[in-house]
Design a binder for this molecule. Structure first.
Ligand code: NAP
Ligand code: SF4
Length: 675
């Protein structure tokens, strides 16, 4: 008897049956643009082998004006069809099913040829769109129909029509972006015409035995967005036009409310999908921040949806479904919703991968093969770098001993998990521990490794991490000065007014920790919605309520400082930095750049400005917290070198600058795979 009977039950679509209720949602990985079709095919086939019921590709442009960026992938020629056939054949050979997403970006297309219902520029693009005339609209419909026909020729099991997230079809639906007065604008019946027409004509072109998923915006989270009544009206019309499944879209890309970041509660938007249940006859798929089989099973059991969509969790672990089926859910590598290696890469023009699983999108390059001659390997440091190296090496058959002076594994991840909104790190550390145990890594915790302990191993890996940088500020030895370690790990007493020195990832984390009063909203959907101003689209258009009516006042007054004169938080994650800034602003944190630190005394921190260090003034504070970055801890590596033992140095012990778990894990896995 499985623990996940609902998630693992098949779904009969009439002409075909999905083997379970799990959809791998669309992700733009950048793989298609590499034109390395073996690599693309292996990415999807790996996930098909992992047991997922249905996959959706990254968005494919129906034409050049609708591509998310110039050169975005699409099926434009016979050669493209043949290339995509490599992918679909490999997926089918692995007993998988795959649908191609048709993504017309409309005014979100990053180029001067972009088109839209009205010539209104979006706040997230520099390009004002060209307003389409009747002929232009007909061309867009025709191109989307052609894309679906080509997908069918390429062997896809279906298509997903992207109708949400503020893309082209969504732009026609609401007066926020559609000011037309012809038959494509004005009344809601007119504004709905385009998505309905697209689905109707695609169904006519592809015949009855082809999956059409319509990604429906359940809640727009923008001013003048759709009401729930309008969403239902559209859904019923789309069903009548021939859709097979509804997938959930949450929020336009220009919305100022986080929808998938780690601080969004798990399944935080399932309630809005549930509203549609019973109002249409075809199955409905829930989405956003679903990342464990237990969450998925709970939603299906409670009737929130008929299927669940998970996207990033399939980067973290392609074997998600099989592991759940085999009662090995605790071995599923967790997606911690950090966006650091997936979406942040996409938006920087890099190929996506995963912080937790560096093999994602590198399946053909980064192999973890069993060795014929096992070695004895010592790893010092059970942080993300050391754990990744140890587990990877042990999985290959090596005999691995892992040393750490702490009694628990996880290193700095144990501090991250204390930060409100980073609760996913608890599961991440637990997963590392499980994998170290199951892969047979011998763990010698609670005792520092000495050079003598490390004699006789075939390989020694030093992953001893970092130590805080000394900012050399006069007065920093005072009793009112703490380091981030004192605050996050050792729970030191902190005053009611605080100055935080250093506004990198850790300065932001510490500030969020210090202003939090009571339990984190990331674990309470109702409180989180209140904090971010998410309302009910049955009551308020687009589901926008008053933002910032947070239930709890900040626990402390915090000033967050950096020396650089640039915007504070500018170097945080591309897709998440704005969320951290907005969260701190809601808690009245003052952020200041361009200051020099003169001295600390019992009154607080004295700062000046400019090269001449003028305008010296006091920032009064009961406590000053140092978050001034880190330097490598290489002391053990140096001691080893002195007695002639050469070690591999990885993670923060190698390079501390801009160290994060992504680089540490990548380096650890790659080293473990190479020994
Ligand atoms: P960091 O990102 O390098 O930031 C260090 C901060 O200290 C900067 O604000 C820097 O700004 C300041 N600083 C540098 N040298 C200083 C000095 N001598 N005196 C005073 N201030 C100084 O380092 P971190 O905050 O320790 O974070 C470490 C790594 O963990 C980073 O790579 C970070 O991305 C990662 N991390 C990521 C997250 C996340 O949410 N993704 C969270 C936590 C940590 P100025 O030089 O302008 O003063
Ligand atoms: Fe999830 Fe982070 Fe991996 Fe992206 S990089 S898939 S958000 S764990």
């Amino acid at each position: 008897m499985t623990r996940y009977p609902h998630m693992l039950s098949p779904l009969d679509l009439g002409f075909t049956t999905l083997k379970n209720r799990v959809l791998m949602g669309s992700m733009h990985t950048g793989l298609e643009e590499t034109k390395d079709w073996n690599r693309v095919a292996e990415f999807y086939a790996t996930r098909a082998r992992g047991g997922v019921g249905l996959m959706v590709t990254g968005g494919m442009a129906p034409n050049s004006e609708g591509g998310v960026f110039p050169g975005a992938a699409g099926l434009f020629s016979d050669e493209d069809i043949e290339n995509h056939k490599i992918v679909t054949d490999r997926v089918h050979a692995a007993d998988g099913k795959i649908a191609m997403q048709i993504l017309h970006a409309g005014r979100y297309a990053y180029g001067p040829d972009c088109v839209a219902p009205s010539a209104i520029k979006s706040p997230i693009s520099p390009f004002p769109p060209n307003e389409l005339d009747e002929e232009g609209i007909e061309k867009q419909i025709g191109d989307m129909v052609t894309a679906a026909q080509r997908a069918q020729m390429a062997g896809y099991d279906g298509v997903e029509i992207m109708g949400s997230e503020g893309y082209f079809l969504n732009q026609f639906l609401v007066v926020h972006t559609n000011k037309r007065t012809d038959r494509w604008g004005g009344s809601y019946e007119n504004r709905m015409r385009l998505p309905i027409e697209v689905v109707r004509r695609i169904r006519k072109a592809v015949g009855p035995d082809f999956i059409i998923i319509y990604r429906l915006s359940m809640i727009d989270l923008i001013p003048n967005g759709s009401t729930h009544e309008e969403v239902v009206q559209l859904a019923q019309a789309i069903e009548a036009a021939g859709a097979t499944l509804f997938n959930t879209g949450i929020g336009w890309h220009e919305a100022r409310i986080p929808t998938i970041a780690t601080s969004v509660p798990r399944a935080g938007f399932a309630w809005v999908t549930k509203k549609l249940m019973g109002k249409v006859g075809i199955p409905i798929i829930a989405s956003n921040r679903i990342n464990t089989p237990d969450v998925a099973e709970g939603l299906l059991k409670n009737g929130a949806s008929d299927m669940v969509s998970m996207a990033r969790p399939f980067l973290a672990d392609p074997n998600f479904v099989n592991k759940a089926k085999q009662d090995r859910a605790d071995e599923i590598a967790p997606c911690i919703a950090c966006n650091q290696a997936c979406l942040d890469h996409t938006f920087s023009g890099k190929i996506s991968t995963c912080l937790v699983n560096p093999r994602a999108c590198y399946e053909t390059e980064l192999q973890v093969d069993v060795v014929s001659t096992p070695k004895r390997i010592a790893v010092v440091g059970a942080g993300p770098a050391g754990l990744s190296a140890a587990i990877t090496a042990a999985e290959r058959g090596h005999s691995v001993v892992l040393f750490d002076r702490s009694n628990e594994v996880g290193g700095q991840l144990n501090m991250a998990k204390m930060v409100p909104g980073k609760e996913e790190f608890h599961g991440f550390v637990a997963w590392f521990k499980t994998m170290a145990d199951r892969s047979g890594v011998e763990q010698r915790l609670g005792t520092p490794a000495t050079p003598d302990d490390l004699r006789g191993f075939d390989d020694v890996i030093i992953a001893t991490g970092v130590i805080p940088r000394d900012p050399e500020i006069p007065g920093q030895d005072g009793e009112n000065v703490l380091s981030y370690i004192d605050v996050l790990r050792d729970k030191a007493d902190v005053g009611k007014s605080v100055v935080v020195i250093g506004a990198g990832g850790i300065g932001f984390d510490v500030s969020e920790f210090l202003v939090q009063q009571g339990p984190s909203t990331a674990e309470n959907v109702a409180h989180w919605k209140e904090e971010w101003g998410v309302g009910d689209p049955e009551v308020t258009r687009g589901g926008l309520a008053d933002q910032g009516s947070q239930p709890e006042a900040p626990a402390r007054e915090v000033i967050l400082l950096q020396r650089k004169a640039e915007k504070v938080g500018k170097r945080l994650g591309k897709t998440t930095g704005w969320i951290h800034r907005a969260a701190l602003k809601m808690k009245n944190v003052q952020m200041m750049g361009g200051v020099n630190y003169e001295r600390i005394d019992a009154q607080g921190l004295h700062v000046s400005t400019g090269e001449a260090r003028e305008n010296i003034r006091l920032l009064p504070a009961e406590t000053v917290v140092l978050c001034a970055g880190q330097v490598p801890d290489r002391s053990l590596a140096e001691e080893l070198a002195a007695i002639g033992i050469t070690a591999h140095v990885i993670g923060g012990a190698d390079v501390a600058a801009e160290l994060d778990a992504k680089r540490a894990i990548d380096q650890g896995v790659r080293l473990g795979a190479s020994l």
